[in-house]
Ligand binder design. Structure first.
Ligand SMILES: Nc1ncnc2c1ncn2[C@@H]1O[C@H](COP(=O)(O)OP(=O)(O)O)[C@@H](O)[C@H]1O
Ligand SMILES: O=c1ccn([C@@H]2O[C@H](COP(=O)(O)OP(=O)(O)O)[C@@H](O)[C@H]2O)c(=O)[nH]1
Length: 238
């Protein structure tokens, strides 16, 4: 049997994807399906850290935040990721995965704080670590948190699980003629302003030589294929 291509990965799960076809919030069937995908790869022995987004509940740059102080809105967005992290860890527990949530902002009664050596210890013990509250700073995104935590835990790759199946020449939602890249360099992605991830996340990964794989969370079995090193999604590399 072939072996996984990676020993330790940082998986960024889209908050917005948690909605499924609902207008907002967490769709039960969707989260269960995502967790089943995660369980499949965790059971292969891959060390798995997860950064979860919050766009299904609150986004600091969304119309709902209009007129608000940006930093305040962003803190609300970070709190939204904590709710998702708790839901995710709970759903993992249901399928027998031992998960630990760590938050970048202190809310000790709810989740333990992010402490790097502790996170590394959990990973070595085979637990799934769910990083909540993004970077803990306003004006950032959970994609940047994925780049940051991925670097901190020496992940081999950042896996961005999102609604599209890779990086396109233009936003495929807006341009039906956009075509998908099989691979692309960080410099190209940044200079072409490809919006699939923000430039801060791209730049951090580029500087740390941490590759990113962008793939679809909606496509059945895609996460497993990525983990097995099969042709899936788009690789962003140095
Ligand atoms: N060049 C591009 N290639 C792929 N997707 C793009 C591109 N430009 C913009 N997008 C959009 O980026 C979205 C993914 O980013 P984002 O909204 O941050 O999702 P997430 O919820 O996963 O963080 C896609 O749904 C897609 O519509
Ligand atoms: O380090 C961070 C991470 C997230 N956020 C806020 O949390 C929201 C939700 O995160 P994101 O949009 O990255 O989630 P996703 O795209 O995965 O749904 C963002 O819009 C920001 O308002 C933030 O301020 N700092």
């Amino acid at each position: 049997m072939s072996k996984p291509a990676y020993k330790r990965v940082l998986l960024k799960l889209s908050g917005e994807a948690l909605m499924g076809d609902d207008p907002y919030g967490i769709n039960r069937a969707t989260i269960e399906r995502m967790v089943a995908d995660v369980a499949e790869v965790a059971n292969l022995g891959v060390e798995l850290a997860v950064v979860i987004g919050g766009g299904n509940i609150f986004r600091g740059v969304a119309p709902g935040a209009q007129g608000m102080d940006r930093a305040t809105a962003d803190y609300m967005g970070m709190l939204a990721t904590v709710m998702n992290a708790l839901a995710l860890a709970d759903a993992m527990r249901h399928v027998g995965i031992v998960a630990r949530v760590m938050s970048a902002i202190a809310i000790e009664q709810v989740v333990e704080p992010y402490v790097r050596p502790k996170a590394l210890q959990y990973l070595e013990e085979g637990k799934v670590v769910v990083f909540a509250a993004g970077t803990g700073n306003p004006f950032f995104t959970t994609d940047t948190a994925a780049a940051l935590r991925g670097s901190e835990i020496s992940a081999e790759i950042v896996l961005k699980a999102t609604k599209v199946d890779g990086v396109y020449t233009a936003d495929p939602k807006k341009d039906p003629n956009a075509t998908r890249y099989e691979s692309i360099t960080f410099d190209e992605a940044i200079s072409k302003h490809l919006q699939v991830m923000d430039a801060t996340a791209f730049a951090l990964c580029r500087d740390q030589k941490l590759p990113i794989k962008v793939f679809s969370i909606v496509k059945p079995g895609a996460l497993k294929r990525v983990i097995m090193g099969e042709d899936e999604g788009t690789l962003v590399h140095v």
